[in-house]
Write a protein that binds this ligand. Structure first.
Ligand SMILES: *[C@@H]1O[C@H](CO)[C@@H](O)[C@H](O)[C@H]1NC(C)=O
Length: 512
């Protein structure tokens, strides 16, 4: 079988190294932390200095939230921010920024589209258990199947370091609550035949199973091998010559990884006793696409083979993360309860009917400028999921329109809203306020059980390229029956707690 050539714009790869400053323009706000409701007086607006939206180019690690009691705590960094070691010495131009944002919205939409197509699919998998796949690392790499089904794309934005192998070596993996299979690159990323792309800036070390004494392959036609089907929406495949189980995972942005399914010793922090023998993961022989600058993916979904399920005996299906408000700072990923954060407020965890792998919750209302927006409750009946890899929150169109109109009302003093690059429709030119403070209407989401999240300005507006394009950072769904998605842009600064065993999801402000 032949692999379809990759059609990525080469820009994304050429400019990968330039992203440090780019996203910082979006994400670096001086104002930190979020407020959780429960306060007596409702927040009506945020006032920030516009020049506080300028990017920070040096990393200032957070000093909060890393207190380790029980459970394993890993440092979280944004893969395009200055705290990620592979983003040193990067520069940018205005042209790069424009192209970057075009790509950014395209990739985020690709992830959203792949989530929706997964939720819509009635027949989700093709089962192909009998491919005789010769897997070689030499010239003949066009021997893996092309993805016939995809899992969610866009592969997330936040990176942690974990140890693989014996002796343990450290690798940077993107973590993703919308994926289940964990995999590492066992061969450098490459691009399909016919593509003019090269693996730019491939500085990340690659996991090599032959240097580890604890790696083992999974055999074909075993229950373990067959579990890949529900986690990857395809396969499993088999390399018949040695009866080795082969995984294939295709992402919505046409990236893919394929290789041997195996077990390895996983060490969750360098110094910790949190060691898991026989951890199931994919050893990627053929990695195509956007896997540049990190070594693989950590699957935090709800399927049986996710990290959360595989470590359930130790961590009790309880984990949390805090994504830094400012991209030039750090957050954490904590596995296990760690005594519990007393400030966390919870809402019930729900399951979306078609795909049980996602984490769902019930959004029931939205307020803008301290006023409840009038939205019929049926608008939210499609459900809402929370995802670490989608950036911009998606709302049912009717909810979005009502909320947006209220937001525009609160922005009247800044003139008429405009559209930027065809994506966000509520943007303002605020260049005139560069040396002054600006006020944005406060936006809050209410979830079932009375939990209210008051987004701060960093989760409310996105600055695209410069202060001539300051936009509401929420987008509508394209179809009414699609569920809403709470994206990571709105999650920044909260500790987001997934108490899967307890059936609830919680938030605590100001944890990182
Ligand atoms: C795993 O299977 C592949 C393919 O047959 C083989 O090249 C590799 O040596 C195997 N690794 C181990 C540790 O058995």
């Amino acid at each position: 079988m032949e692999i379809a050539p990759m059609n990525f714009s080469s820009f994304f790869f050429r400019s990968f190294g330039l992203h440090v400053l780019f996203l910082c323009l979006v994400l670096c706000f001086l104002e930190k932390g979020f407020a959780l409701a429960g306060r007596k007086d409702k927040l009506t607006h945020h006032t920030v200095q516009l020049n506080s939206l300028l990017p920070a180019t040096t990393c200032t690690p957070s000093t909060k939230g890393h207190n380790k009691k029980h459970g394993s705590v890993l440092e979280v960094v944004h893969k395009h921010g200055p705290c990620y070691e592979h983003n040193q010495h990067k520069t940018k131009t205005a042209t790069d920024l424009h192209a970057y944002y075009a790509q950014f919205f395209k990739q985020d939409q690709a992830r959203v589209d792949s989530i929706y197509s997964r939720l819509k699919a009635t027949k989700r998998y093709s089962t192909k258990t009998d491919y005789n796949l010769p897997i070689t690392q030499s010239e003949d790499t066009n021997t893996f199947p092309a993805p016939s089904a995809t899992t969610v794309g866009g592969s997330g934005n936040y990176v942690v370091k974990v140890g693989f192998g014996t002796p343990a070596k450290s690798f940077s993996l993107v973590f993703d609550t919308g994926s289940d299979l964990t995999w590492t690159q066992c061969q450098p990323c490459r691009f399909g035949t016919g593509s003019d792309l090269t693996c730019y800036d491939q500085t990340e070390p690659i996991y090599d199973p032959s240097l580890s004494t604890s790696y083992a392959n999974i055999s074909c036609n075993t229950a373990t091998c067959n579990e890949l089907t529900s986690a990857t929406n395809t396969g499993p495949y088999c390399y018949r010559a040695t009866n080795t189980c082969v995984y294939l995972i295709g992402y919505g942005d046409k990236s893919k990884s394929a290789g041997y399914y195996g077990t390895e010793r996983l060490t969750l922090t360098a110094t910790s006793t949190d060691v898991f023998d026989g951890f199931l993961f994919g050893c990627g022989q053929d990695n195509d696409g956007t896997f540049v600058g990190f070594a693989g993916l950590l699957g935090l979904g709800r399927n049986k083979i996710s990290l959360i399920e595989q470590t359930a005996a130790k961590y009790g299906r309880y984990f949390s993360y805090c994504l830094p408000v400012d991209q030039s700072s750090t957050g954490f990923l904590r596995l296990g309860k760690d005594g519990g954060n007393a400030a966390v407020k919870f809402t019930p965890l729900t399951t979306l009917p078609v795909d049980k792998s996602f984490y769902g919750l019930d959004l029931v209302g939205i307020s803008v400028s301290g006023q409840q927006v009038s939205i019929p409750s049926t608008v939210f009946s499609t459900g809402t999921l929370i995802d670490s890899g989608t950036v911009i929150t998606r709302l049912p169109a009717a909810a979005y329109t009502a909320m947006r109109d209220a937001f525009r009302e609160g922005m009247k003093r800044y003139g008429e809203p405009k559209t930027v690059e065809g994506v966000p429709d509520t943007c303002y030119d605020l260049r005139a306020y560069n040396l002054e403070t600006v006020s944005f209407p406060a936006v809050a989401f209410t979830f079932s059980g009375g939990l209210t999240l008051e987004l701060k300005s960093a989760g409310t507006v996105i600055v695209i390229v410069d202060t001539s394009q300051v936009c509401l950072a929420i987008l509508p769904n394209t179809e009414d029956r699609q569920p809403g998605i709470i994206g990571n842009f709105q999650q920044k600064g909260f500790e987001v707690v997934y108490d899967v065993a307890g059936g609830k999801i919680g938030f605590a402000a100001g944890s990182c």
